[in-house]
Design a protein around this ligand. Structure first.
Ligand SMILES: *[C@@H]1O[C@H](CO)[C@@H](O)[C@H](O)[C@H]1NC(C)=O
Ligand SMILES: *[C@@H]1O[C@H](CO)[C@@H](O)[C@H](O)[C@H]1NC(C)=O
Ligand SMILES: *[C@@H]1O[C@H](CO)[C@@H](O)[C@H](O)[C@H]1NC(C)=O
Ligand SMILES: *[C@@H]1O[C@H](CO)[C@@H](O)[C@H](O)[C@H]1NC(C)=O
Length: 578
């Protein structure tokens, strides 16, 4: 196997000098004066990771502790009245809320939607459009309607809600239409109150709008100054590639990652012995500009190799998901939604009755198209299955102390032949798909990988630990899994509508795209059953309190008010002034 090292880390490392000791003292007050003071602090990097110091405690203790504290303070500082929400809005976004904010607040209050201030994902999606001329925007929305796989959804001043008025998708494809109808259905209660707007929604699983960093930067700067940039004044985009979406001084631009070669017959895996790290901020860890290895190890990016030509402008297209390199607007997607009622989730076995302590995953080889010309062998699902079924060689795993009072030490070398069969139950299921039959790629896939039976919900319910990974796009399974009483580990490059409304290490465990933290996480929670059960339980509770239909509706409601305003030629009159 070829291995990569995680290089260059040191350069982007900033040490957080403040709180580790304080947090430890709060967490384990009985240890005051004990061996605690001899423990070293871990290093927190600006790209969302914790770098392990062998002389510090096992980092998962402090990751959980810190995450819980900041989640609790987020809950505690949430606005309780419309007036408070308006103040908070102005503080965060430096302008008045959109027209209709009061009615939106009524909806939120009536349906007990929690965290009414935490909608930064909307800001991320829409803020750059404040720097563009609404006339240019209207024209690009018009043009979008003629591209392939687009639904045009419209609200006029006379109709009672959003309606699909046109589509460039095969009319026969009912499932795509139902997906869009399910989104529109989220507006049922307030559709009539929405201002007029025209939305183009992509029918595809993947985002489509690669950003040119230069243009986004100019737009954001114009937005800050209350001006707009003219499309006609922009130099055309000439360079292609994913990294055009990154700032000039980012690791991906300074040192672009090298693509694996097509004829490698095995996936390139990452070096598990290189310095140990864990995700602190899942969103930051999803950023390919600061984690360039994502560009050469995930199907979303590998499937277009170095990447396409960025858009000549910022184009407001709604999509089912987006990465941090795209500017697709992300509405909540009800696909795969479940209420979490016991009857609906057969896998809902109480923690104490879950017998299997291996990490479970079954899935199809989706993520990118497999042919002799593509780099499919190195995509995220292929790497996962290869890594966790290897029985040759060693891997390095952090020791698991019983508490945070002793140092974690140097990692142990453990034999793959022992830990993979004992810790991992990960395999493709069904049969080869998304592969070029005529070129023999499907046959190659069948030879390389074992395809097991699909798992039923009941079988899935036996596992304490379940992994959720991206497929062709975002994972539609997360809602079901996080509601199922299991501890969910999640690898993804797609921040979603709920990303700032959930807490990693409180409700689920984030895993790096490299999987270099996978064995350390599994080893830790196999030994700390009560902490695993705690996150599993908190995840289910979160799902039932923060990811109800009403929570998606409240998000979409606010997104649409913001969208209608930023697209309007008179943005001022579309603002709420109490
Ligand atoms: C629907 O889209 C097609 C393809 O772009 C276009 O020719 C047609 O005029 C559109 N119809 C409406 C009602 O907008
Ligand atoms: C949307 O709502 C309508 C009316 O309540 C319902 O008939 C339809 O099945 C729903 N569609 C989807 C895809 O949820
Ligand atoms: C993996 O990383 C370790 C520690 O940095 C290093 O000693 C080792 O040589 C690396 N292995 C490979 C195959 O690069
Ligand atoms: C693998 O680990 C075992 C101990 O678990 C050790 O005895 C052996 O020398 C290691 N092999 C290599 C190649 O590092």
């Amino acid at each position: 196997m070829v291995k990569w090292t995680r290089g260059r880390l040191a350069k982007y490392t900033v040490t957080v000098v403040c709180c580790a000791v304080t947090v430890l003292l709060t967490a384990f007050p009985t240890l005051l004066g004990g061996p605690l003071f001899s423990l070293e602090e871990h290093t927190y990097t600006s790209d969302g990771l914790l770098i392990v110091s062998p002389s510090g405690p096992h980092p998962i203790f402090e990751l959980m502790q810190n995450a819980e504290a900041s989640w609790n303070s987020k809950l505690a500082r949430a606005s309780k009245t419309l007036a408070e929400a308006v103040i908070e809005y102005k503080q965060r976004y430096k302008r008045a809320p959109p027209l209709g904010f009061d009615k939106w607040w009524e909806y939120v209050a009536e349906h007990n939607v929690q965290l009414p201030d935490e909608y930064d994902e909307i800001y991320h999606d829409l803020e750059p459009y404040w720097g563009l001329d609404p006339v240019d925007l209207a024209r690009s929305v018009e043009e979008l309607g003629t591209q392939d796989d687009i639904f045009t959804v419209v609200k006029t001043s006379s109709n009672s809600g959003l309606e699909i008025v046109n589509l460039t998708v095969h009319e026969s494809d009912r499932t795509l239409r139902e997906r869009v109808e399910a989104i529109i259905n989220l507006t049922e209660e307030f559709g009539a109150d929405l201002p007029p707007m025209r939305i183009q929604l992509s029918a595809r699983d993947n985002p489509r709008m690669l950003t040119d960093w230069r243009i986004r930067d100019m737009a954001l700067s114009a937005a800050r100054h209350g001006t707009t940039i003219q499309q006609s004044h922009l130099l055309p985009v000439t360079k292609d590639g994913w990294i055009q979406a990154c700032p000039p001084n980012s690791p991906a631009r300074l040192d672009p990652p090298v693509l694996p070669s097509v004829d490698d017959s095995n996936p390139v895996l990452f070096n598990m012995s290189a310095s140990k790290s864990f995700i602190v901020s899942h969103r930051a860890a999803m950023d390919p500009c600061y984690h360039p290895e994502i560009l050469v190890s995930h199907g979303q990016f590998l499937s277009h190799r170095r990447g396409p030509l960025p858009q000549q402008m910022l184009v407001p297209l709604f999509s089912h998901c987006g990465t941090l390199l795209h500017h697709d607007i992300r509405p909540p997607i009800p696909y795969g939604w479940t209420s979490g009622d016991h009857s609906e989730v057969l896998g809902d076995v109480p923690w104490s009755e879950k017998a299997d302590e291996r990490l479970d995953w079954r899935g199809s080889p989706t993520g990118m198209y497999a042919s002799p010309e593509t780099l499919w062998m190195h995509a995220h699902r292929q790497r996962l299955v290869t890594l966790t079924n290897e029985i040759e060689g060693n891997t390095s795993v952090l020791r698991v102390p019983s508490d945070a009072s002793s140092p974690v030490g140097e990692p142990l070398q453990l034999r793959m032949g022992r830990i993979n069969p004992a810790w991992m139950d990960i395999a493709f299921s069904g049969k080869p798909m998304a592969c070029e039959e005529d070129a023999g790629t499907c046959k190659l896939m069948e030879e390389k990988f074992e395809f097991r039976k699909m798992q039923g919900r009941k079988e899935e319910g036996r596992y304490k630990f379940i992994l959720d990974v991206d497929g062709n796009g975002w994972s539609g399974r997360f809602k079901r899994l996080v509601t199922s009483n299991a501890l969910i580990l999640k690898m993804s490059v797609y921040p979603e509508w709920y990303t700032s409304r959930i807490a990693e290490w409180v409700h689920y465990v984030p895993i790096q795209v490299t999987y270099t933290d996978l064995y350390d996480v599994v080893a830790f929670f196999r030994d700390h059953d009560e902490l695993a059960a705690k996150i599993a339980g908190a995840g289910k509770e979160w799902s039932q309190q923060f990811w109800r239909k009403e929570d998606m509706s409240a998000y979409l409601y606010r997104l649409l008010l913001e969208y209608a305003r930023v697209m309007s030629v008179d943005r001022e009159s579309m603002s709420y002034h109490g």
